[in-house]
Design a protein around this ligand. Structure first.
Ligand code: FES
Length: 567
């Protein structure tokens, strides 16, 4: 039986399919669409503009350009909204709503009559949510990103959200700049539409979407305001119509090999720690899992090639002009699976068949002359992180790679904000700051892992300390920070046993983080711990009851399935 196309897909269930078609067509005609157009295949455009999402300010132009491409290729474009997640506008953290957006996206794609879909996202959680939804809905899909912001200027210096936000805030906390200047900088950090202009989570996820094959080649890094982004949007519209005629499904594009390629690129661009959680969740939707051992192997084999903030010097606009994702892929070609395919039906071997004419080596280094010999991120384990934790070695202080220190413990986020700047806080520069109860179940896993340097130490010039938590940190942040400790403290993970004054040993060489306390004492201390209090109603209750730990991507346990056949 041939599958129904266009308006006849996913009919409303009245028990009379002819009536359902007639009624649907009648309402579609009420939108002023001709019968001729209504007989064409339909492309949904998942759009995510919002008055609470500055990163998606360019959405209307992108939707227009995609629609233009769809029409030119002979299909009917139908934009539809899903929820949108503006990173800094959501409490307690956008992470809590990523799965909600993924469900919204999946269900609206499944429920409405579309033969293919273009998903337009950009801000940190939106692209992973859309990729998760795409993997589960499993109809022909192309991901389009809103693109990175361009830089602003402050007293002759280029500024980009949000590494420079943090850098200047640290200076303000250390009394190096005053109120007037920080207020001036506030207006210059995010001056155009688009996503944070460094290799933070949004940019990393854009590179990952392109590497997976879910976006068209060369589209991840085009600046938001650049005319090329609109051209790419139009081309995305044309290409998605081809996918209707010769379907390639997300489940054929997102495979173990393409996920491994994406992890390689994550290492080579020295991308965000959050991307590990998101890529794990996307892969999990298709029953795929890359082990922590394999992740470390990939990291140890893949050099950092990209010299962008937060670990280097440039911004995304430099990365685009330097050659973008294609240039990175060329440099690590010998490490990649070249038989993966993308939404245009090209294998990676075909995409990389021609050498690059020119690459700006200030921002994209060659394989033989890398920024660093090994990848940016590693998984570590230890008696306080038996299921693993993540460490961004590329953004850390090498002098703190093999150290032992005294723990200074904060029981939760409130305790942290109450005491971190207390002049009487007993803390030294070589102590380890430990934050508990900030994991997925206890707190929704906010980006609180970038614990501030206590003010009294910051004012003495201390720039970095070892910090440990079950939280995440922003992809634009930097420092010697151990994150995503699993299992989290709120469900009895052994990090909960750490007390102020305990000694902890951290070794990057051995990929270990260990509490130097006898095992039996750890067991005894954990016996007295109560699980975190969690919400009892609504979505937040569903979240805390079903969210998986960071090592499994923080997806909901009931969404980890291979795709069903699309309805
Ligand atoms: Fe949207 Fe940074 S706040 S990408």
């Amino acid at each position: 039986m041939t599958k129904k196309q266009g308006l006849k897909r996913n009919l409303t269930n009245y028990g009379d399919s002819e009536f359902a078609t007639y009624l649907r067509k009648s309402f579609a005609r009420s939108m002023g669409i001709s019968n001729d157009m209504l007989d064409k295949p339909i492309v949904g455009i998942a759009m995510t503009p919002s008055g609470f999402n500055s990163c998606h300010r360019g959405m209307p132009e992108l939707v227009d350009a995609v629609s233009r491409g769809v029409l030119a290729a002979g299909a009917l474009p139908r934009p539809f909204p899903t929820i949108s997640l503006g990173e800094v506008f959501l409490s307690p953290t956008s992470m809590v709503y990523r799965n909600l957006m993924a469900m919204d996206t999946e269900e609206m794609v499944r429920a409405q009559p579309m033969d293919a879909v273009v998903m337009i996202g950009g801000c940190d959680k939106t692209v992973p949510a859309q990729l998760m939804g795409a993997a589960s809905a499993n109809i022909p899909t192309i991901q389009l990103v809103t693109g990175p912001m361009s830089t602003g200027r402050h007293r002759g210096e280029r500024l980009g959200a949000c590494t420079d936000c943090r850098r200047f805030w640290a200076k303000f906390r250390a009394n190096e700049i005053d109120h007037a200047e920080i207020s001036e900088i506030e207006g210059k950090l995010s001056t155009t539409s688009g996503t944070c202009g460094v290799m933070g989570t949004a940019s990393t996820m854009a590179c990952i979407a392109e590497t997976l094959g879910m976006s068209l080649p060369d589209t991840a890094a085009i600046p938001s305001v650049h005319s090329e982004r609109l051209v790419a949007a139009e081309e995305t519209g044309r290409s998605v119509v081809q996918l209707i005629h010769a379907p390639i499904l997300p489940s054929e594009i997102i495979t173990e090999k393409s996920v491994e390629n994406a992890f390689r690129v994550l290492m080579a661009v020295s991308g965000s720690t959050n991307a590990i959680v998101h890529l794990t969740a996307v892969a999990g939707r298709l029953g795929l899992k890359i082990s922590q051992e394999r992740l470390n192997q990939i990291s140890d084999e893949t050099p950092v090639l990209v010299n962008l903030k937060p670990v280097g010097e440039g911004y995304m606009e430099d990365f685009y002009a330097a050659g973008g994702v294609r240039a990175v892929l060329h440099e690590i070609k010998h490490l990649l699976h070249l038989d993966t395919i993308n939404v245009a039906g090209q294998s990676l071997a075909e995409i990389l068949a021609e050498p690059m004419d020119w690459v700006d080596r200030r921002y994209i280094k060659s394989y033989d002359d890398p920024v660093s010999d090994v990848g940016g991120l590693i998984s570590i384990k230890g008696n306080i992180a038996p299921d693993g934790a993540i460490f961004k070695r590329a953004a850390a202080t090498p002098e703190l790679f093999e150290v032992e220190g005294r723990a200074v413990v904060f029981e939760d986020l409130e305790d942290l904000s109450t005491r971190i700047d207390d002049p009487d806080l007993d803390v030294q520069a070589n102590d380890f700051l430990v934050l508990k109860n900030a994991g997925p179940v206890a707190a929704g896993m906010p980006e609180a892992g970038y614990l501030p340097i206590p003010k009294k130490l910051a004012q003495k010039g201390v720039k970095d300390m070892v910090r440990i938590s079950d939280a995440r940190m922003s992809g634009t942040a930097f420092g010697t920070i151990i994150l995503h400790v699993s299992p989290e403290t709120g469900i009895g993970g052994p990090l909960a046993a750490v007390e102020t004054g305990d000694r902890i040993r951290f070794s990057v060489k051995n990929k270990r983080i260990d509490l130097l306390v006898e095992d039996q004492i750890i067991v005894d201390r954990l016996k007295n711990k109560k699980p975190a209090k969690t919400p009892t109603r609504g979505y937040r209750s569903l979240y805390s009851k079903t969210v998986l730990q960071a090592t499994d991507g923080c997806d909901f346990d009931f969404l980890l399935h291979a795709p069903e056949e699309s309805r």
